[in-house]
Ligand binder design. Structure first.
Ligand SMILES: NC(=O)c1ccc[n+]([C@@H]2O[C@H](COP(=O)([O-])OP(=O)(O)OC[C@H]3O[C@@H](n4cnc5c(N)ncnc54)[C@H](OP(=O)(O)O)[C@@H]3O)[C@@H](O)[C@H]2O)c1
Length: 308
């Protein structure tokens, strides 16, 4: 077993340049945790919001910090009281932080078995998106036969929400820029452009409006979504902090139902009913570039870091 490993670390808030590759000592997993050899780590917008200090008031970072809430990898050691995994198990999960590294100690309860037929990159991109999409669709109570609008449907959370809603039997209208419309059709959604005139474009497809709407983008679409659903009751957002002004619920997905949601997603992925576009992969030393690309706000699916 190796003694040291490489990790992407930052010791102060700042731009992508604060991310540095450092050598750390491989830790022993404590009670309830496992040591995972990371094969791939998904990049989430929260990673750069934590790094920049943008969310420091509510989610302060303890330095030195290693970004990366989403991982897929192989269990190498298990801590006291862990009975659900053994060394050698292939897992994926949403672990809060630490994923941009060759090894990470992760809470066992926040991991599930990786679907065997799914690549490391896709498995690493799924956890936060899956947990958040299920939370939002559960809160909205989306049912078969209903029409759901997913705003930001080409992104990580949006593209997963589209596929889960289709699996539930809903008709889905998804917003994206024109370059992503064929992609949305491939996921089973009817595409429309976001921005000015959104409500009219949705009504052109669904003359009686939509039953529910999920804003994943947080770019000002809530008034249009409230209009097409006939009120704020069945509209949720995960990214618009002005939700309350519009009477809309802000959804935050905690870890309570995580394992069960990862298992549901695994089953869908194994059946070919859930997939993810991996827009690009990066090495650990390219993590700053991955953050720049994510901050640009136009990733199709996911960016993924592969420690190599
Ligand atoms: N509350 C929670 O629990 C929670 C959980 C996860 C994520 N989040 C937040 O939710 C947001 C989305 O996360 P994500 O991982 O899905 O992000 P992401 O993958 O980076 O989203 C990128 C997508 O946003 C689309 N987009 C850009 N501008 C848009 C606009 N004006 N209207 C609609 N879509 C637009 C882009 O489509 P085009 O390229 O076609 O423009 C792109 O596909 C982030 O702010 C994240 O921090 C919150």
């Amino acid at each position: 077993m190796v003694k040291t490993y490489r990790a992407v670390q930052f010791t102060e808030y700042g731009g992508p340049e604060v991310l540095r590759v450092v050598e750390r000592e491989v830790p022993r997993p404590g009670p309830g945790t496992v040591l995972v050899e990371v094969r791939a780590a998904g990049v989430n917008p929260l990673d750069w919001k934590l790094r920049s200090g943008a969310v420091a008031a509510t989610m302060p970072v303890e330095f030195p910090a290693v970004p990366g809430g989403d991982v897929a990898g192989v269990v190498r050691d298990v801590g006291e009281g862990v009975s659900d995994f053994v060394a050698g198990d292939e897992v994926f999960g949403s672990i809060g932080a630490g994923g941009y590294a060759e090894f990470v100690v992760a809470p066992a309860a926040q991991l599930a078995r990786k679907p065997a037929s799914v690549s490391w990159e896709i498995a690493a991109g799924l956890p936060v998106a899956v947990n958040t999409a299920y939370q939002a669709l559960d809160d909205l109570g989306v049912k078969a036969g209903e029409t759901l609008v997913v705003d930001g449907a080409a992104g990580g959370v949006g593209s997963v929400a589209v596929q889960i809603a289709r699996h539930l039997g809903a008709t889905v209208i998804g917003t994206a820029s024109a370059r992503n419309h064929a992609y949305l059709r491939s996921l089973g959604a009817e595409p429309v452009l976001y921005g000015e005139g959104l409500a009219e474009r949705i009504r052109a497809i669904a003359p009686h409006g939509a039953d529910a709407a999920f804003d994943t983008a947080g770019k000002g679409s809530l008034p249009a979504l409230v209009e097409v659903t006939g009120g704020p009751e069945r509209v949720v957002t995960i990214a618009d902090h002005r939700a309350e002004e519009h009477g809309v619920r802000f959804v935050f997905a905690g870890a309570g139902a995580l394992r069960e949601r990862l298992e549901r997603a695994s089953a869908l992925a194994e059946n070919g009913e859930l997939t993810l576009s991996v827009a690009r992969t990066y090495t650990l030393s390219e993590a700053a570039d991955a953050h720049r690309e994510s901050e640009g706000g136009h990733v199709r699916g996911k960016l993924v870091i592969v420690p190599g």
